[in-house]
Design a protein around this ligand. Sequence first.
Ligand SMILES: Cc1ncc(COP(=O)(O)O)c(C=O)c1O
Length: 283
Amino acid sequence: MTETSPIVYLNGAFVPLADARISVLDRGFIYGDGVYEVVPVYQRQPFRMAQHLARLARSLDGVGMAHPMTDAQWMTTITELIARQPFADQAVYFQVTRGVAKRDHAFPKGVEPTVFMMSNPLVLPSQGQVERGVAVVTAEDNRWHRCDLKTTSLLGNVLMRQLAVEANAVETVMFRDGYLTEASASNVLAVIDGTVVAPPKDHLILPGITYDATLEVTRAAGVPLVVRPVTRAEAMAADELWLSSSTKEVLAITTVDGKPFGAGMPGPVFRKVYAAFQATKPH
Ligand SMILES: Cc1ncc(COP(=O)(O)O)c(C=O)c1O
């Protein structure tokens, strides 16, 4: 195993990344016809794996793909992938596509799905980002109406994320018809009058595993919490705004569209929930 060619999993075999090959007719390549997951791994222990596998099953069902493995098989394979990496904190990526077939939009018959997994070092926000918060830009959410499915068709999210990159920000926070949805690769939570307000997990946002984890620790810390739609005006006037994702954990937003947001520093509710979140991670 060399640093440039880590071990990945493809269709039943562990192989060096440089040797992993798929057909150009794979429907993941042609149509973005696939679903995926990203699981954070702390000290070789996956965080909330059962929840990620449940969401993968829901995504597979949602796009009409058969399940290529049982949960036990996913666990065994991912455990081996983790063990084969030289670093302890990882971000495991796994995806299933509808397989290789002559190009035709209709689902192909009798085709095996393509299953791919890789693991990269887990890059968490820097201490400076945690202590000072991060910048976001805002945009109208122009993605499709099944954002609850974690599909590899991510062009809408890619274009949104690029807006942030071009503005030296970490994320693009989106609004649809005047309501907060999520960010290009994160969920967004608000604090309004001391209460954490979370947009409902409907078809317009990804049901984030970190969103759930954050809500759990918020409740456990005795912080008031409500799940309800958040208007753009409420979000822009909130005391605090947070991002949540598997690789960002919980992160305070302190700049919006180039202007300081709220107090310009992570707020007291964030600091409390962040500390509680850290305490729940595997150590
Ligand atoms: C669009 C979108 N929303 C939310 C999230 C956060 O989900 P999770 O907390 O499960 O990582 C992600 C994660 O990548 C995402 O891509």
